[in-house]
Design a binder for this molecule. Sequence first.
Ligand code: ZN
Length: 328
Amino acid sequence: MNKIFSIPFNGDTALMEEAAKTGKVAEIYFAGPAGNDLSQSYPVYGGGGDFSPRTISELIALCRDYEIRSNLLCNKPTLVFDDCPAAFRYIKSLKYLDAVTVADPYALAAFVKEFPGKDIQCSVSMVLDSFEKVRTILKLGAGTVNLHIDLNRNEAALKALFRLKKSYPGFKVKLLANSVCYHACPFYKWHDALETLAPLNNNKNSFGALLDANKCVFPKPTRSDLLRRPFIRPEDVDYYLRKNRADIIKLAFRSNNSETLKRTLWAYFEGSYKGNLGDVVGFGGQWRNLFCDNNRFPAGFAKKVMRAAADPFSGFFDSLAGRVFVDG
Ligand SMILES: [Zn+2]
């Protein structure tokens, strides 16, 4: 198990170098500098987008030194309405950029055509939540595909997806391990869309209110719903790789401060975390003070949770909730 993690750049180049030295990092993903930031997330609510062109150039050089893939986020869901030619010019100015992530399926084909030598990746925000959707997007020339989080625990779909590699040799399966959204959240697409559109209303209206509500308005979530979130624990990563369920594990969040981000990264690098699981899989929001004891998860959890997730009437999550949460 070597270079398997895709990690976010939060502006701390020294932290990235420290992470690179572990030999665990496959890729660093980042927003473009001011003026060339086509990443959709967190344009106003903190984090990302404030880097200088020089910072980004140095980051790409660092990636090159450590043989790590550099991945520029152009994942605004409405990218096709932006100035794509300007984005193309900026990308061409980055001599050694390896990959670009897009969320807008209209824009995908244009990027593939413009940059045939680069890995044009599909963002989690493209919401590719079925085998058929992925198969279709591969026909447009996508390389690495960030699957929607709901596929993280869909063993049948993951198994079938790996078979597509025969027809699409550049296809790699990337799974997001930590996320603030729930399984089958009806608002998932709106989280990203609202963030992108927020500046239209000076970021002060109900968009902001929704975003402040932990970017999710999932109705009355319970502790069982929290465990149904399709997170991948640090201990579970080995299962996904060994069983060919994932090629790359993506870790969020690029808006985290360095102390928080480092805690998450090293938990995954070490494949083990002894504390509150919520610290590393991003429970956050109303769950911030809830302690979820990662030591109390059953052995072989990854396999068990895949099976439980396939049964909508499984009591697995209710009994797990009774076991892992510590009140006090
Ligand atoms: Zn949600």
